[in-house]
Design a protein around this ligand. Sequence first.
Ligand SMILES: *Cc1c(COP(=O)(O)O)cnc(C)c1O
Length: 468
Amino acid sequence: MNYLSTRGGMPPTPFTGILLEGLAPDGGLSMPESYPKITRAELAAWRTLGYRDLAFEIFSRFMDDIPAADLRDIVDRTYTAQAFGSDDITPVSALEPGLHVLHLSNGPTLAFKDVAMQLLGNLFEYVLAKRGEELNILGATSGDTGSAAEYAMRGKRGVRVFMLSPEGKMSPFQTAQMYSLQDANIFNIAVRGVFDDCQDMVKAVSNDLAFKAKYRIGTVNSINWARLIAQVVYYFKGYFAVTRGDDEEVTFSVPSGNFGNVCAGHVARMMGLPIRKLVVATNENDVLDEFFRTGRYRVRPSAAVAQTSSPSMDISKASNFERFVFDLVGRDPKVVADLWRNVDAGGEFDLAGTPFFARLSDFGFVSGRSTHADRLATIRRIHADYGVTVDTHTADGLKAGLEHREAGIPLVCLETAQPAKFAATIQEALGREPARPAGFEAIEALPLRFDVMDVDVEAIKRYIEAHC
Ligand SMILES: *Cc1c(COP(=O)(O)O)cnc(C)c1O
């Protein structure tokens, strides 16, 4: 399996050649040359596989330049009951017949990003060791992504993580989760500023190409293709959990921000999984909902991004969206490059009235939007009707999913975080804090390890130099 760029400017490259890279050299995103097609016979055979065996089958199709025995070992070390709470890894529960929740947040940081990041940690360590190289991951976080990356990379040989976070701006729970890590290869840096300052510092360092090359600076952001493949597995697992035969169709509803999670559902569908609809659920930051309703893709300036109570979906543009548009326009890199020439210049594009817009339904996509008031109402209703507490992001997915529910078609809503991470909004909705999962009861009391820094690009460079 070779990979291409959505903008046509990358020679065919095997999986390990794109694993550590961010954008393709032409500014596009890597995509498989074609999707591996799963026959009905294969689907039937996969139905009874455990999570690890299923992950191995799917990864083998996309990562075929890693020897099978090595890949098997990586999968077996990643998806353990110890890391994910059970051998199911992503269990499914039923709220009522035909309405299901796919639990993706049983990993070490209680959010769905662990499913992909835990794999990335082991893949990075493996490939770096093979090459005798090291990597310094530099990132900025306002909470979720940073902690998932740190818990994935802690103790990994050849990898250091330098994570910038805004001082005093994260919840006590999130702060404790990140800063309590004592691993020698994890560096938490509390910046005296806001999240955008942290992000600007990362950009400035990455734009210093000489520094970037000398210190082998890398990232683990959501455009990483391996993260996407990792997420394909649970669409299959979820499908098998709620169907009996392989002709049945299922609809998935996905709380969406950067379009990584739901893009994995698109890949599963392209491989042949009988998915009826993919519901793209957004919060008030509805750039994706607007596109799927109207054909207009209008990136917001970062100042126009609302800070919401489902903060992990607060985005101005959806960084993986270009991957789907590549498929939508018949994989013509010239069309994609043209569209993103406008987007990258801060503009927009509009597919309304084009044949591309007419094809949207062929891909199963529909969308919905949820506000703070909707979120509170959904959390209350799910709690009242089923005795279940869901987190704010999952509530957005449930709201949009239920709007698109059809009789006779199982609806699977993806749970992307545990309510304990967003206690303030749960308190607002239900009048009490959510229960803490076992092992997290006293997390705020743990000793912390972090450094404080001004908004100063030279200071972070010196810090990295000093710790390499
Ligand atoms: C990152 C995240 C999302 C959004 O996922 P995308 O892949 O960016 O669409 C939704 N919910 C939670 C809890 C997240 O952490």
